[in-house]
Design a protein around this ligand. Structure first.
Ligand code: AMP
Length: 215
């Protein structure tokens, strides 16, 4: 099964993708994570990505399409994948369709995680994660049981994303509104768009996603 999680920054795509990885044995393909890895490696792509990401803008479509195409060719994607953060523009969505049909693959579902934009700035600027295991936390909504210690692995070092500042978040939300949300009608026409309530509690969102994927 191949699915897309579509939603504004902070909608909870990453959290739900991790859960789908477990429950459905799918691979999470996060273009944001791939770009952050490129930044950390100091490659040419990483240097370009750093400037674009820090400004809250989008990377060029052709680069992103190529990156995801190469990733989908890896053997671990054969059992299915969850696209998280891709496609983000109509040209990316169209290129994805062409690319998948060229590989003999197709999309089974596009899940829109609908959220109220007003709460997103708060959600995003407060989030942090465990460096060791990646577990996600939030200053207000999900603090570790013991302050400074990861509930999952006991790690004591945490990180915040460089682009989770209020100013950058506002630009990222504009990019979502202007360039990503217009993809939704494209998938609606294809009859594969499902919408879940991204404002609900995390477990409830998972339940709605699982229900929307049920045959
Ligand atoms: P994310 O982790 O999905 O929020 O992505 C972080 C940043 O990476 C975005 O704000 C963009 O600058 C860049 N990025 C990630 N995915 C894409 C994409 N599909 N197209 C263009 N830029 C992207």
């Amino acid at each position: 099964m191949n699915v897309i999680l579509l939603g504004a920054p902070g909608a909870g795509k990453g959290t739900q993708a991790k859960r789908l990885e477990e429950s459905r044995k799918l691979v999470q393909l996060s273009t944001g994570d791939m770009l952050r890895a490129a930044v950390a490696s100091g490659s040419d792509l990483g240097r370009q990505a750093k400037g674009v990401m820090d400004a809250g803008q989008l990377m060029p479509d052709d680069l992103m399409v190529q990156m995801i195409s190469e990733r989908i060719d890896q053997p671990d994607c054969r059992t299915g994948f969850i696209l998280d953060g891709f496609p983000r523009t109509t040209p990316q969505a169209k290129a994805l369709d062409t690319m998948l049909s060229g590989k003999g693959l197709r999309l089974d579902a596009v899940i829109e995680m609908k959220v109220d934009e007003d709460i997103l700035v708060d959600r995003i600027t407060g989030r942090f994660s465990c460096i060791a295991c990646g577990a996600g936390y939030h200053d207000k909504f999900q603090v570790p049981v013991k302050a400074g210690v990861c509930d999952g692995c006991g790690g004591t070092e945490f990180k915040r994303r460089a682009d989770d500042t209020e100013e950058t978040v506002r630009t990222r939300l504009e990019a979502y509104r202007g360039q990503t949300a217009p993809i939704l009608p494209y998938y609606l026409e294809q009859g594969i768009l499902k919408t879940v309530d991204g404002m609900a509690a995390i477990d409830e969102v998972t339940r709605q996603i699982e229900a929307s994927l049920a045959p």
